[in-house]
Write a protein that binds this ligand. Structure first.
Ligand code: PHE
Length: 344
């Protein structure tokens, strides 16, 4: 019996050493220490021993039982520790991994240029006036000195709606009249606004022309505003947009709603005026149309043109972006092609 006890003890310790999982721990526990375990069984046989051996045997057997229980606890703790480490290693969530990069959206190049243009004009004292995209024929043409059948109406092919005389604005200039009506207090107060927005023209879509594009219109009305104010103002704008050394030139032009009218060019910043494909070998890039507000237009806006005068201009942000970035096809702007958009 004594020997058997010691051999169970040794066997149990050896088995415990070879154990690596919680399941194996459970099995070992019931095999040696459980209700039908070897230790329980051998203890139950104490009574079969001669009386003088019983006390010693019982004492030793209980000692072994306790030693095994302690060894089991130790082993269990070790295994639990390993299993935790392994589950952290293999687990689905590893908080130490670097995050997945998010693809960031960006602002459309037109939006960015519009913001830049607005910012420059705001710094120069111009407020933003938002005018409508869907216009009355009257505002888009007639009040801008283009009465019905005026040949200048053909300069801008028009989208008509099913409503008589309701059209999509072909330029932002009708906003001039609306701003004068809204702000001038019956022609008694000066105005200094820019009018950004989308314009629409019924045209063949090509690399050079789109049916929709932005314009930023400008309007200043006051007493004693002269052509030199217009020239100085647009030159300052050009220097703020293209850099302080930008050279500017003016070319006589024609618009029905301004008189005199002029086109504003900047020295080509790509070839420095030598001539290149971007400036079509002229050395200059057109950035806006402009002029002194026509007396008829001032009158239509509620001002007395013998006392009041003003200047106006209109520029195309997409054209400016195209020239700056050598984009050769205006159709990229509304094609929603990420290969284009991601470059800005
Ligand atoms: N509205 C003109 C255009 O669409 C531009 C312009 C605006 C010209 C204001 C003179 C004054 O081309």
């Amino acid at each position: 019996m004594q020997e058997k006890l010691e051999s169970i003890y040794q066997k149990a310790l050896a088995d415990l050493e070879a154990i690596h999982t919680s399941e194996e721990v459970k099995a070992w526990d019931s095999r040696y220490l459980g209700r039908k375990g070897e230790m329980t069984l051998i203890l139950r046989q104490t009574g079969k021993l001669p009386p003088e051996e019983r006390a010693d045997f019982g004492k030793r057997a209980n000692e072994v039982k306790n030693l095994l229980a302690t060894a089991l606890e130790k082993r269990e703790a070790l295994i639990r520790e390993h299993e935790l480490a392994r589950s952290l290693e293999e687990g689905e969530l590893d908080v130490t991994l670097p995050g997945r990069p998010l693809t960031m959206g960006g602002l459309h190049p037109s939006t960015r240029m519009l913001r830049r243009i607005k910012e420059i004009w705001a710094d120069m004292g111009f407020q933003v006036y938002r005018s409508r995209d869907v216009e009355h024929d009257e505002y888009n043409f007639t009040l801008l000195n283009m009465p019905p059948h005026h040949p200048a109406r053909d300069m801008q092919d028009t989208f008509y709606t099913t409503q008589p005389n309701i059209i999509l604005r072909t330029h932002t200039s009708p906003g001039q009249i609306r701003a004068m009506h809204d702000y001038s207090e019956d022609g008694t107060r000066p105005i200094r606004v820019i009018l950004p927005g989308m314009c629409y023209r019924y045209e063949q879509i090509t690399a050079r022309s789109e049916i929709q594009f932005h314009q930023v219109e400008g309007l200043a009305v006051g007493k004693g505003i002269r052509m030199s104010d217009l020239k100085g103002t647009v030159a300052e704008f050009a220097r703020r947009l293209y850099g302080p050394d930008t050279e500017v030139r003016y070319r006589a032009s024609y618009f029905p709603f301004t008189e005199p009218s002029m086109e504003v060019d900047v020295k080509c910043h790509i070839c420095g005026g030598q001539g290149c494909p971007v400036c079509k070998r002229t050395g200059w890039i057109e950035i806006m149309g402009s002029g002194m507000v026509h007396p008829e237009v001032l009158r239509n806006g509620g001002y007395d043109p013998t006392e009041w005068s003003g200047f106006a201009f209109g520029m195309g942000p997409e054209r400016i972006i195209m020239n700056k970035n050598r984009i050769e096809d205006i159709r990229y702007f509304w094609a929603n092609d990420l290969r284009f958009l991601e470059q800005y």
